[in-house]
Write a protein that binds this ligand. Structure first.
Ligand code: TXA
Ligand code: MG
Length: 311
């Protein structure tokens, strides 16, 4: 289907209060018109997402973002810097007094906003001309989707209309940065690294010590495969499939996230490899080699720790 008619159809579904699957540079999203409470509710129903977990508002421009939140100087500078460069950074700001869905913000007085960097998604936002709320297009606590096929594998016949945008180039969700307190605080590591943020702000970036209270979606168990996942493995035990990283992966490693040890490549491959390992017959567990805890590796390890958590 030509992209103009994809966008046209997606807009008409959204206008009618239906959900639409959208491509972004991070992961695929399950989008609804942010101004339509019934449509927003459908996201929670389909994903089986607890209602205390607020959604990210996706905007076309800083101008549109300003209609949703208060933008102190520092927030404006941050958005200008990262969004104009197409970097995956979600900002948490004080909600402004507009008629925002209180379901989408889970009754908080703050709001999470980002500008996705994907040509089709931006075209959709521009044409629709209103913000879209969109969590990752998967069941709550399961592995996020990095292609439209992953979305179909999750939702099967319940899959809404898909705007096909190819595989996601980053493969990990956006970084979430809280700018509502004195110091910028990292709520979720992601595509923009802590090092990048520290270079920009020229101060150490705090990490949220109580993410569940500040960012209710950051539950300990998340991104979970059905099979148990063992971290920092150097080889597979009986019944395990081994996911490798780097040139030292032993012979017999099933997949290697990056044979050269490149964390960017590993991030792109992470979720798909976890899904495939989970679906692989004849193995009862997944083992994964250590990933260096720097740059994007920090965000990868954040996801792996949650994926390995059982409670
Ligand atoms: O890359 C991404 O951010 C993807 C794509 C689709 O844009 N979206 C995504 O959404 O990862 P989701 O719903 O899977 O994660 C959103 C996170 C949750 O942990 C939620 O708690 C947090 O954002 N969040 C939303 N509003 C918030 C707020 N006002 N304060 C703190 N955290 C918030
Ligand atoms: Mg998610």
């Amino acid at each position: 289907m030509p992209s103009s008619s994809l966008i046209h159809q997606a807009c008409s579904f959204l206008e009618k209060g239906h959900l639409v699957v959208i491509p972004t540079e991070t992961v695929y999203g399950l989008a609804a018109d942010a101004s339509n409470e019934n449509a927003v509710l459908k996201i929670y129903e389909l994903k089986k997402r607890p209602q205390f977990n607020p959604l990210i508002f996706h905007v076309y421009s800083i101008k549109q973002a300003k209609s949703l939140a208060f933008f102190p100087d520092i927030a404006l500078k941050t958005a200008n810097h990262f969004w104009n460069k197409g970097r995956p950074l979600t900002l948490v700001l004080k909600k402004s007094l507009s008629n925002l869905s209180s379901i989408a913000t889970a009754g908080l007085d703050t709001i999470a906003i980002r500008r996705p960097n994907h040509a089709l998604c931006l075209k959709l936002l521009e044409t629709f001309n209103r913000p879209l709320v969109a969590p990752s297009a998967n069941y709550s606590t399961t592995i996020s989707p990095t292609s439209s096929q992953c979305v179909k594998d999750s939702f099967k016949e319940k899959t809404p209309f898909i705007v096909e945008g190819g595989p996601c180039v980053i493969g990990l969700e956006s970084t979430i940065l809280d700018l509502t307190s004195d110091k910028p605080t990292l709520l979720r590591p992601g595509g923009v690294t802590k090092e990048e943020l520290e270079t920009f702000f020229q101060i150490p970036i705090l990490e949220n010590r109580d993410p569940v209270i500040k960012s209710p979606g950051l539950m300990r168990r998340h991104y979970s495969p059905d099979k148990p996942l063992r971290l920092n493995a150097l080889s597979a035990k009986a019944g395990e499939v081994l996911i490798g990283f780097g040139p030292l992966a032993p012979i017999g490693t099933w997949r290697n996230l990056s044979p050269t040890g490149n964390v960017k490549e590993a991030a792109q491959n992470l979720f798909k490899t976890l899904r495939d390992s989970d679906a692989l017959e004849g193995f009862k567990g997944i083992a994964i080699m250590p990933i260096p805890n720097e740059g994007l590796g920090f965000a990868i390890n954040d996801r792996l720790i949650r994926a390995a958590t059982k409670d």
